[in-house]
Design a protein around this ligand. Structure first.
Ligand code: URA
Length: 461
């Protein structure tokens, strides 16, 4: 086999690549026998010609096999969660046909154990759902091992947000992850370098070659990491709209279907909710400001849109974990907030320490006339927060804990001419002008209020 012939096969859509060819390619890439330009050419051919079902299964399996799988080994924990019955699946191999994962109690031939259940978002603006959802679901008795990423581009990263809490640590070794799961039931940590190293190389190439927005490449990238982290159940939040990778709703639904099928094929019971991302979730966009809003939500004072998405995802996670619990009660009783505080403490953070605040604040984006707010563009707001320093352009870049944007109005509000609609915050004034530029056209006004629409547009189970 040689790489150039495989590139030609895919470029000309001659035939599907075989599983053996795909495995060979990933092994050759790991040993440095595939040049970056060759891999980039193959990725572009996949961007245009896609991968069929068998190719995608083999591609995802080869990505998983490029590194370690996190062994959660929770078999000694009792009294939490439901039970899951899984067939034995060799690492990285698909579940054989007819042996699909079953969740429930007492399925013959199954092995009862607590159900690790995770959630993953394809990335949005003001998307602080994980900060509320993970402790909420854990406080109901589920086990939530959430290996998360740092933000890239205009979408924020859960770890960047949590790291704005003084002394919070996201880089944990596997034994610490297991210990926190046992003690608290939830951990939100960085995926170690050994987990799907092939994705790190491929993602870096995709990022600079315009090949991120490909359904098979996104699906294999996300699902390989989730399968390797050892979760047995997963709920995906697939975002669609101006602030999402998949702006088109039809494509987002297709991505959700492809990912749920991949999960099932690899022994992970996977569901997906397709949710709108046209306007930031909540009012805060940034790092420390989003933690503040997430804490308010955990204390029962969350904005409606954030809670709508959080409760919808929580219901599916609890169902997959075999738990009959009411997510609203977990918030109202204070249990979810208690669990968040325990998790922060277990990860070295101080839940009582004041969060850092920006030195410079400015109210901008005056309404050009009186009217009803009908839109506040997520991409423009996310880009402004990113330019203020809340996000990074390259994965090595540092992020500012304090920079960000506060939406002073949301769709459905009435504004007066000249009323400022957004507050920007940064450590230095020099970056404000670029952020203000990004906000141009972010506000849409109408003569009457636009009726609210549900944020969850499709559930794929
Ligand atoms: N998030 C990922 O982890 N991978 C992608 O390809 C896109 C979003």
């Amino acid at each position: 086999m040689d790489v150039a012939s495989l590139i030609r096969v895919k470029r000309d859509n001659e035939r599907p690549l075989t599983a053996e060819e795909i495995r060979w390619l990933f092994r050759a890439q790991a040993t440095g026998d595939v040049a970056d330009e060759q891999m980039a050419a193959l990725l572009m051919a996949i961007y245009f010609n896609g991968l069929d079902g068998a190719e995608l299964r083999a591609w995802t399996g080869a990505m998983i096999a490029s590194g370690d799988r996190l062994d959660l080994d929770l078999s000694d924990i009792s009294g939490t969660g439901g039970t899951v019955c899984v067939p034995a699946v060799p690492d990285g191999e698909p579940v054989p046909d007819g042996e699909r994962l079953t969740i429930g109690r007492g399925v013959p031939g199954g092995e009862p154990r607590p159900v690790p259940v995770d959630k993953h978002s394809t990335g949005g603006v003001g998307d602080k759902v994980s900060l509320v959802l993970a402790p909420l679901v854990a406080s109901c008795g589920a086990m939530v091992p959430m290996l998360s990423g740092r933000g890239l581009g205009h979408t924020g990263g859960t770890l960047d947000k949590l790291e704005s809490i003084p002394r919070f640590r996201a880089d944990l070794d596997n034994s610490k992850i297991r210990q926190i799961l046992r003690d608290v039931g939830v951990v939100i940590a960085a995926a170690g370098p050994g987990l799907v190293p092939a994705d790190r190389r491929l993602y870096a190439l995709r990022d600079v070659t315009g090949t991120v927005e490909s359904i098979p490449l996104i699906a294999s990238s996300i699902m390989s990491k989730k399968i390797a982290e050892g979760t047995r159940a997963l709920v995906l939040d697939v975002k669609t709209g101006s602030g999402a990778f998949m702006r088109d709703e039809g494509k987002a639904i297709e991505l959700a279907r492809v990912m749920t099928a991949l999960g099932a094929e690899h022994g992970v019971a996977t569901r997906a909710l397709v949710t709108r991302m046209d306007t930031p979730l909540g009012r805060a966009v940034g790092n420390a400001v989003e933690v503040t809003e997430a804490i308010a939500a955990l204390r029962g004072e969350g904005p409606d849109d954030l809670m709508e998405v959080t409760y919808a995802l929580a219901r599916h996670m609890l169902d997959l974990a075999g738990l009959d619990a009411d997510p609203r009660e977990a918030i109202d009783s204070g249990r979810a907030y208690d669990t968040f505080r325990k998790m922060v403490r277990a990860q070295g953070g101080d839940p009582d320490a004041p969060l850092p605040e920006a030195e410079h604040r400015e109210r901008v984006l005056p309404a050009p006339r009186d009217g009803w707010v009908t839109g506040l563009d997520a991409l423009k707001i996310g880009t402004a927060a990113w330019r203020l320093g809340a996000g990074r352009a390259r994965k090595e870049d540092p992020v500012s804990a304090t920079a960000g944007v506060r939406c002073l109005v949301k769709p459905g509000d009435f504004v007066r001419r000249g009323q400022e609609t957004v507050e920007i915050a940064a450590d230095a004034t020099t970056r404000s002008e670029y952020a203000i530029e990004a906000l141009e056209g972010a506000l849409a006004l109408g003569d009457r209020p636009r009726p609210g629409t549900p944020l969850v547009v499709r559930e794929i189970t």
